[in-house]
Write a protein that binds this ligand. Structure first.
Ligand code: AMP
Length: 502
């Protein structure tokens, strides 16, 4: 059998061409048969332009079913798909395009003039309704295509990491990486052809592009494909879905809606969260409201998914669960790589068929992030409890060292999250004349609530050792979040760099 990820889609089309793959909010559908036909057409258009196996195709467009079909057509052609975050500016794209050297760049119709200066051989446009120059010849294109026989190790995609420290790096993902992870997750989360996934995630990131879409295909299931997370639309469509995948902000936004009740989710069998930490308080509040324990999992662009709370068995609030079948997780001393005992914090290291092939054109960076025995150093710090559940305490670079003591932001954040009236908080370190670094907490209040800094300080003092307590509580209207709902701590650190000066 071909190692191509597309063979999964082809098999579903062969089994039942009329089965729905994508359903748009207006009710229009794309069946697995349509996928087979339309991706053949797109692959023919691309190869007519001279795109060959191994060529890169970069894309920066708004979410649409057609953009997803372009991804699948790349898989058939053996081309390497590179989706860029829709928020990237021209200056950022200049760097990325010089690094990736795509043969074709597909952008939004209204940005074509601006993008022309990137000097890419082929520039095409794609709008949310399938409009634009890329698909102009679609109706005339051949509906069959001889798929490139991709091997497991052939590249399917390059995803640029968010690059909060330094330049973003292109993570090279193979057909085998993506396919093996989708197969494992389908079984682990019990996906079947009867499932209907509510898909409201962006499709330039691993979560919405690979986790969601590839699992649906492996299971021969369907998805309700929303352009974005629009709360009204979500509430309207939830009763028609069986699974929702989201980032934690999806869940906090749902909980803020009085109309979000157990009745709305009566047909849902599973809520999944990932890409950022889900506060234990959100987990508990969600369960109290709906009866559903959100299943939290942990992954990253470079590794696909690594751990998950169990489908059956305890879904532990504040934990990312157990290693997925086939994936090995080691908690190791960051400097030596030696495994640390349960309960002790170390760097999370990962090995398995899900782990990427390295950074694009950066062999030195790749080498620096792998151990000699093949484990990838994630840069996340965590520990395993005595039942083997993994708990993340923060990124290595977010670790605060105050007066020589390590402070793990997640531990302090969990205490503050429990305080009445707190909607969200982020704990960071700021330069301090005595301690080197001192802890500060940036806190957002729940709507209509007045937070009292003294009250927060008093509660924290009851729960945490002195060196872990925030020396300053800063109440703000909102935290800087990226498109995946992740707090951008680098921005916060910069903003509050001088709080202890003068
Ligand atoms: P990305 O490559 O953008 O998907 O970001 C991956 C990073 O997100 C990981 O290295 C973690 O730091 C973080 N992350 C992903 N899932 C979780 C989770 N469930 N809990 C805490 N952090 C997470």
């Amino acid at each position: 059998m071909s190692g191509s990820l597309y063979s999964v889609f082809a098999a579903q089309a062969a089994a039942d061409r009329s089965k729905t793959f994508i359903e748009r909010p207006d009710g229009s559908r794309i069946t697995y048969g349509d996928v087979d036909k339309d991706t053949a057409r797109i692959a023919n258009i691309l190869s007519g332009m001279g795109v060959a196996p191994g060529d890169r195709i970069a894309i920066q467009v708004d979410k649409s079913a057609e953009a997803l079909l372009l991804y699948l057509a790349c898989l058939r052609l053996g081309a390497v798909y590179i989706p860029f975050n829709t928020a990237y500016t021209l200056a950022e794209l200049r760097y990325l395009v010089a690094d990736a050297e795509p043969r074709l760049f597909v952008c939004r119709p209204d940005r074509a003039a601006e993008m022309a200066e990137l000097g890419i051989q082929h520039l095409r446009t794609l709008g949310v309704a399938g409009d634009g120059t890329l698909l102009e010849g679609l109706a005339r294109a051949e509906t069959s295509f001889a798929d490139h026989p991709c091997a497991n190790d052939d590249l399917a995609a390059i995803l640029y990491t968010s690059g909060t420290t330094g330049r973003s790096k292109g993570a090279m993902l193979s057909h085998g990486n993506l396919r093996s992870n989708a197969e494992v997750l389908k079984d682990f989360w019990r996906f079947t052809a009867d499932d209907r996934l509510l898909h409201a995630l962006p499709i330039f990131h691993t979560h919405g592009l690979f986790v969601a879409t590839n699992i649906v295909a492996v299971a021969g299931a369907s998805m309700l494909f929303l352009p974005s997370f629009d709360i009204e639309e979500i509430l309207r469509l939830l009763p028609h879905a069986s699974v929702m995948m989201g980032v934690p902000t999806f869940y906090t936004r749902l909980l803020a809606q009085p109309g979000f009740t157990a009745d709305v989710v009566k047909n849902i069998r599973l809520f999944i969260s990932g890409s950022a930490p889900l506060a234990a308080t959100t987990h508990r509040e969600f369960e109290a409201r709906t009866g559903h324990a959100i299943l939290e999992r942990y992954g990253m662009t470079e590794t696909n998914m690594n751990t998950s709370n169990p489908y059956e068995g305890e879904r532990l609030p504040g934990s990312v669960g157990l290693p997925l079948p086939g994936t090995s997780i080691r908690i190791a001393d960051p400097s030596t790589g030696a495994e640390v005992p349960p309960g002790e914090v170390g760097q999370i290291e990962i090995k398995g068929p899900n782990v990427f092939k390295g950074y694009w054109r950066a062999p030195e960076k790749t080498k620096a992030e792998f151990r000699a025995d093949g484990y990838f150093m994630s840069g996340d710090l965590g520990f395993r409890d005595d039942r083997g559940y993994v708990h993340i305490v923060g990124r290595n670079k977010d670790l605060i060292i105050s007066g020589g003591f390590n402070v793990y932001p997640a531990e302090v954040e969990a205490v503050i999250d429990e305080i009445e009236g707190v909607a969200q908080c982020a704990v960071i370190g700021a330069p301090h004349p005595d301690f080197g670094e001192a802890v500060i907490a940036v806190v957002v209040a729940k709507p209509g609530t007045q937070l009292d800094e003294g009250g927060i300080t008093a509660t924290v003092a009851e729960r945490l050792a002195n060196y872990k307590r925030p020396k300053r509580i800063i109440i703000v209207p909102e935290l800087p979040l990226n498109t995946m709902g992740k707090v951008q701590k680098n921005i916060l650190r910069e903003r509050h760099r001088t709080v202890f000066q003068g």
